[in-house]
Ligand binder design. Structure first.
Ligand SMILES: Cc1ncc(C[n+]2csc(CCOP(=O)(O)OP(=O)(O)O)c2C)c(N)n1
Ligand SMILES: [Mg+2]
Length: 573
């Protein structure tokens, strides 16, 4: 091999690692890298805000299964990715950021314009974060970065100073990135300990997490053998909910009574690839058996009785032949009855309110009805994520994404852009808050420029509603949550999308149907009820009394109508 320009080496290694797309915004220190990229097969996706690129790349990577790249200019350019990449990293998406840097002669000088110490910014939010300080390191560092992103699953960051990217490197050792997918199983003794523990208990509840991806059939066979109800985490919805007679839904504040009681009332809880963070939703009296691919997850949310490391599908394959089929199903039947009631409540909520008031649940039920069977849905952090999780039915082909581990606003539209890139022929639907959409509004332009026909629904409640409700439930008067919005439908039309605004329940069904059929990017701006409370499965007395405290404070401040609306919309439906 002869001498090669570093920027060419960077692109060559990205291609070897399977990168097909790179999201970003060009600029000074990145120019040699983008020049090399323009001669490669990697497609450049021009976003308007790097944060959007960070969200989009993560979703593209998760859906396409390929390592996906982001690249930015020095200082503010590569800094802007931070929130989108936090989300992607927490979702275990294999993404690599090429963070270009000012030249090494200037870097580190006191306060040189645009210098940002990217290591201190990205080190804790990545599986790999290194700077190429010598041209000869380029191939080695790039290979290890791609390898870490693919195998450890997360974001890798390579910092590339401008003078290094344009330098040439002598041919060195031929490092290449390796992608491996080992099968991991608990050892035999651990499998027998599991069988022993299971045999000692009657009321068994299963809590399935995102680690159950690819383990649907084994999970159902496991529940069938044990006659055990299966609750699932919100990230596991797509893998657990469908074709599952044992499905109880979720627990936690987004959950329902059946999911909640599956965990709380069992005497042995089996956690399968589930790392649910909230300790108050774990049973205090039951034994817990936990199986997870990541050893650091064992017992980290709640003390456990037995833990083992394994891929869920393979572990269940090994465990199933060792278990007897049970007949006793009293606990399962009790939970199924609770699930039946929860489903009835859900369907009652999916209706038009008095005087055409649009409940968000009704809007999502229409999306659920008219969307394609393999549609992919994204819900913004805030109340849209709750409605996606509760009111969209999955079937093994549909997918739902919300920001659950990072809990950010404004994720849905950017993630939808990345999904549409990964699947140009699937229907991609973003359910956005009015606060969320406005936060990264500029990238509506990307739908036109990059020809991405995503469908955007705005839940326009003129407020940062999730927070407003949080404040009320804490017994506080709501502050700083109002949003003075433009007509998002008209705004979308001006930009070049199909745009429409709906304010009354009567026309909504037809509008949803037409909007989903539109051949191109479209935005449906729907005025939804601002007084919709996200009711937890078991509202505790504390929450009820705090909400009453809010009501008293609001009444004393003369906000009589607010209290009336809250009661009418949530308790006297
Ligand atoms: C980037 C970011 N900023 C602030 C928050 C705190 N927060 C969580 S939900 C929310 C309100 C979201 O409002 P909107 O997008 O309008 O959705 P709504 O709840 O009104 O349906 C806020 C401010 C956050 N999670 N992320
Ligand atoms: Mg809102």
């Amino acid at each position: 091999m002869s001498n090669q320009k570093v920027s060419d080496i960077i692109i060559e290694v990205l291609e070897q690692a399977g990168v097909q797309r790179c999201y970003g915004i060009v600029g000074d220190t990145l120019n040699h890298v983008t020049d090399s990229m323009s001669k490669s097969k990697i497609e450049w996706i021009h976003v308007r805000h790097e944060e959007v690129g960070g969200f989009a790349a993560g979703t593209d990577a998760l859906l396409s299964g390929h390592l996906t790249a982001c690249a930015g200019s020095c200082g503010p350019g590569s800094l802007h990715f931070i929130n989108g990449l936090y989300e992607s990293h927490r979702n275990r998406a294999p993404v690599i950021l090429i963070a270009s840097q000012i030249s090494t002669e200037m870097a580190g000088f006191i306060d040189f314009p645009q210098y940002v110490d990217f290591k201190s910014v990205y080190a804790k939010n990545s599986v790999f974060c290194e700077e190429i300080t010598q041209p000869s390191q380029a191939r080695h560092i790039m290979s290890m970065a791609c390898q870490a992103a693919l195998n450890k699953r997360g974001v890798a960051v390579v910092i590339v100073p401008a003078n290094i990217s344009e330098a040439s490197a002598e041919a060195g050792l031929p490092f290449v990135p390796r992608h491996v997918e080992p099968d991991i199983l608990p050892n035999k003794a651990e499998l027998h300990q599991m069988v022993e523990l299971i045999s000692q208990h009657q009321k068994i509840g299963i809590y399935a997490g995102a680690g159950c991806e690819g383990a649907h059939d084994q999970l159902i066979a496991f529940a069938e053998k044990l006659k055990a109800p299966v609750a699932h985490t919100s990230r596991a919805k797509d893998f657990v909910e469908y074709d599952n007679p044992y499905n109880m839904g979720m627990t936690g504040i987004f959950g329902n009574k059946a999911g909640y009681h599956t965990l709380m009332d069992c005497d042995l809880l089996i956690l399968l690839g589930a790392d649910f963070a909230w300790a108050q939703y774990y049973p205090s009296h039951a034994k817990i058996l936990q199986i997870d691919i990541d050893p650091t997850h064992l017992g980290r949310r709640h003390p456990i009785t037995l833990g083992a490391v394994g891929k869920i599908s393979s572990t269940l394959d090994a465990l199933l032949p060792l278990l007897e089929t049970r007949q006793e199903r009293a606990f399962l039947d009790h939970c199924l009855e609770l699930k039946h009631h929860s489903d009835e409540t859900r369907h009652k909520e999916e209706r038009v309110g008095k005087d055409g008031l649009i409940h968000p649940q009704y809007l999502v039920s229409l999306l659920n009805r008219y969307a394609d069977q393999d549609a992919i849905f994204f819900g913004d952090g805030g109340s849209p994520m709750v409605w996606v999780l509760r009111h969209i039915d999955v079937n093994g082909k549909r997918r739902t994404f919300t920001s659950l581990l990072h809990g950010t606003m404004a994720n849905a539209m950017p993630q939808a852009l990345g999904a549409q890139k990964a699947f140009p022929n699937r229907q991609i639907i973003a359910l956005c808050g009015d606060g969320g959409l406005a936060m990264l509004l500029g990238d509506l332009l990307t739908t036109i420029q990059e020809k991405l026909p995503i469908k955007i629904v705005v839940f326009n409640n003129s407020s940062l509603n999730f927070v407003e409700l949080e404040q009320k439930v804490e017994g506080l008067l709501d502050h700083y949550t109002d949003l003075l919005n433009p007509d998002f439908g008209k705004l979308a039309s001006v930009i070049g999308l199909h745009g429409q605004t709906v304010t009354h329940g009567d026309g909504l069904e037809q509008a949803v149907e037409n909007f989903l059929k539109h051949d191109g990017p479209a935005l449906l701006n729907v005025h939804t009820n601002p007084m919709e409370l996200v009711m937890p499965p078991d509202p505790n007395l504390n929450q009820v009394s705090s909400t009453s405290l809010y009501a008293i404070k609001a009444l004393m401040s003369g906000r009589v109508d607010d209290v009336k609306n809250l009661l009418v919309n949530n308790f006297i439906k």
